[in-house]
Design a protein around this ligand. Structure first.
Ligand code: NAP
Length: 249
């Protein structure tokens, strides 16, 4: 579970642990991973924090070695770690004209959001195959398809992630590994992603990170592959409640 030190990754990690999964918590900041691990253990679950920058090939190899040594197989990989525009140095710069984006900024976003899932796919494939039946969940964003201005690196990275996801769904079908895209179809609010980061938009919907837990569990266990699921819409259609249940207040 990458990006599990906060936000959506934290919520999905707790959701999986509640379903009796032993969860490897992956991110760059040890304290945050330890916080998530403590929350899981307080509820009787099993968590292994592993500090790893997913854009770093050597760190990803070391992560695979750790999972191999401690578990011997991997049932589910969730690619949730991501960098967004305001995380590139200027916390107020949610949007930036494409011509002002530096090559360094472009590479950093691509490094975490696309190269990371690629490195993880390569390094973890033997462990996913060893599970017999496994699942990869790629957390994407509406930006992949919306063409919103000012977010070129992020949008391109999420479109790239979705293309990688569809490709792996086809390549890994015979290995019993499902690969799907999960998209928050609303703005997800949590401690580090408050409303103020982004300009308010009339009619915008703000939801809690737990919105993604039921569809993530579905994708982890159902065997469907090559799908792109919108979290809120999926919840509403599958008995997990409508917008009112998940609204962030
Ligand atoms: N929040 C929304 O409204 C929204 C909407 C659409 C899509 N999404 C997608 O949902 C996912 C989670 O969103 P969020 O709001 O929960 O994000 P977030 O608060 O920014 O959390 C991202 C997580 O990824 C980790 N991370 C970042 N770079 C990393 C790297 N190179 N290696 C390992 N870990 C790294 C961060 O921890 P460290 O900094 O400690 O590494 C952090 O825990 C992302 O993929 C995002 O694009 C979010």
């Amino acid at each position: 579970m990458t990006g599990s030190g906060r936000g959506i990754g934290h919520a999905i990690a707790l959701g999986f642990a509640a379903e009796a999964a032993a969860v490897f918590l992956v991110g760059r900041t040890r304290e945050r991973l330890e916080d998530t691990a403590a929350s899981i253990r307080a509820r009787g679950g099993v968590a292994h924090p592993v500090v790893c920058d997913v854009s770093d090939e050597r760190a990803v190899r070391a992560l695979a070695d750790t999972v191999s040594a401690e578990a011997g197989r991997l049932d589910v990989l969730v690619n949730c770690a991501a960098l967004r525009m305001h995380q590139l140095g200027d916390p107020t710069a949610y949007r930036k004209p494409t011509v002002d984006v530096t090559v360094e900024e472009w590479d950093r976003v691509m490094g975490t959001n696309v190269r990371g899932p690629f490195l993880l796919a390569r390094a973890l494939f033997p462990l996913l195959r060893a599970a017999g039946r496994a699942s990869v969940i790629d957390v994407s964003a509406g930006a992949a398809t919306s063409g919103e201005g000012g977010r070129a690196p992020y949008a391109a990275s999420k479109a790239g992630l979705e293309a990688l996801s569809r490709t792996l769904a086809s390549e890994w079908r015979d290995a019993g590994i499902a690969v799907n895209v999960l998209v928050p179809d609303a703005r997800v609010v949590h401690e580090d992603h408050v409303r103020g980061v982004r300009e308010p938009t009339a009619g915008a919907r703000y939801v809690v990170p737990e919105t993604l837990v039921p569809p993530a569990i579905h994708l982890a266990t159902s065997g469907v592959s090559g799908q792109r699921i919108l979290a809120l819409a999926w919840n509403a259609a599958n008995g997990f409640g409508g917008w009112e249940r998940w609204e962030a207040r």
